[in-house]
Design a protein around this ligand. Structure first.
Ligand code: FES
Length: 141
């Protein structure tokens, strides 16, 4: 292959990757982001938020960290504070759990530590269901 032809085909391949990568990122089934106001020490999320998926990320302008809220197979709701237990940095959702990019701690879907330096699991916040809302108690230890 001539140099010119090689460069041409390499550019076509790069352009193809640039178009494809954003769509690959979308394969990780991103969570729906729900904005919720803090009412006392509670976040309220409508049950209708789970019409399409069994998990959402709850965000409030009044709070520093998001909450990952998942509907379990038994119908209960599990809320995990998206704050790394190593040094309190935000964790990011992955396709099978959470990662803290600060020092590399990883947690599984249930918030259990997979990779140190974090040694404590993600904090689970209490939830209750009342009529058409899920209430998340946002009390930090
Ligand atoms: S703050 Fe998360 S790994 Fe250190």
């Amino acid at each position: 292959m001539e140099r010119r032809q090689f460069i041409k085909s390499a550019c076509v391949a790069c352009a193809g990757m640039a178009i494809t990568l954003p769509f690959l990122n979308g394969c990780g089934t991103p969570a729906q982001l729900i904005q919720a106001a803090l009412n006392g020490d509670e976040l309220q999320v409508p049950l209708t938020a789970f019409a399409e998926k069994n998990y959402v990320i709850v965000r409030s302008k009044q709070l520093e960290f998001d909450v990952f809220l998942k509907k379990e197979s038994d119908g209960c709701y599990k809320a995990l504070l998206m704050r790394c237990t190593h040094r309190n940095n935000p964790v990011q959702r992955t396709s099978n759990g959470f990662v803290c990019h600060e020092h590399g701690s990883r947690f599984d879907e249930q918030g259990l530590v997979l990779t140190e330096p974090a040694v404590k699991n993600l904090i689970e916040l209490p939830t209750t269901i009342n009529q058409s809302y899920i209430h998340i108690k946002y009390r930090l230890p």
